[in-house]
Design a protein around this ligand. Structure first.
Ligand code: SF4
Length: 226
């Protein structure tokens, strides 16, 4: 826990990407009308969850008025509104809602993090910005040694392939695709990468990602840690 806390303190004070620092702070200053009385977080958003996690969930980056406002991954926006009920149904969360850092949400055997920690304009971090942020994700993996990594979206999937130096062209991003991660540290495998569409409104409102499809991901994650 101390190591994770130390890492998170480092993440919160990071200013490596000038474009993102400017954007996240500007959004926090100007605010959306609906949240004008709230104090925005406006800093890099650290991971959160169970320090004994066996499942690591990797998203894209904070939403400008979601976790850039609340300071916790997927908290306070529509993506979280789709994610947390699913995690609750699967038994990974103690409640189906996530509104603020003090809402009592507890994750069980799960830790949620992101490929990039600062809200990017148009939800698009640049490859250079993702490279800047990658060491934080590597350190989380190093500390937690998760048995299953669930990648929410193609960008998270590609980041994990990079971190694990996977150069197998047969590994493609597809919803539900599952790959065994064999690494120098885990030569016997039994470490898994599971792909899911990201629970963004773009996917959930269009039916590209349905409740049933998402529930199946968490059932699969559960079966892989049992
Ligand atoms: S995106 Fe990552 S590396 Fe860039 S400023 Fe934010 S925390 Fe630092």
């Amino acid at each position: 826990m101390d190591t994770l806390n130390k890492l998170n303190q480092e993440i919160i004070t990071c200013r490596k990407c000038p474009r993102l620092v400017e954007w996240r702070e500007e959004v926090a200053r100007i605010k959306r009308k609906a949240y004008k009385d709230e104090e925005y977080w406006g800093k890099p958003v650290p991971g959160f969850g169970d320090p004994q996690a066996r499942v690591l969930v990797v998203g894209l980056a904070p939403g400008a008025h979601g976790s850039n406002r609340t300071g916790r991954q997927f908290t306070g926006d529509a993506s979280g509104g789709f994610l947390f009920p699913a995690l609750y149904r699967a038994g990974f969360a103690n409640q189906p809602s996530a509104e603020s850092r003090s809402d009592g949400l507890i994750l069980k055997v799960m830790y949620i993090t992101a490929s990039g920690r600062c809200a990017p304009p148009a939800n698009k971090p640049s490859p250079g910005e993702l490279n800047n942020c990658q060491p934080y994700l590597e350190r989380e993996i190093e500390i937690l040694k998760p048995k299953v990594i669930v990648c929410l979206g193609r960008i998270a999937f590609e980041r994990i392939l990079k971190i694990y130096s996977v150069r197998n062209s047969a590994w493609k991003f597809a919803h539900g695709a599952t790959y065994e991660l064999m690494t120098a540290k885990f030569p016997k495998g039994d470490r898994w990468l599971l792909c899911s569409y990201h629970p963004s409104q773009q996917n959930t409102l269009t039916g590209k990602l349905t409740v049933k499809m998402f529930d199946d991901i968490w059932k699969k994650a559960k079966s892989l840690i049992e």
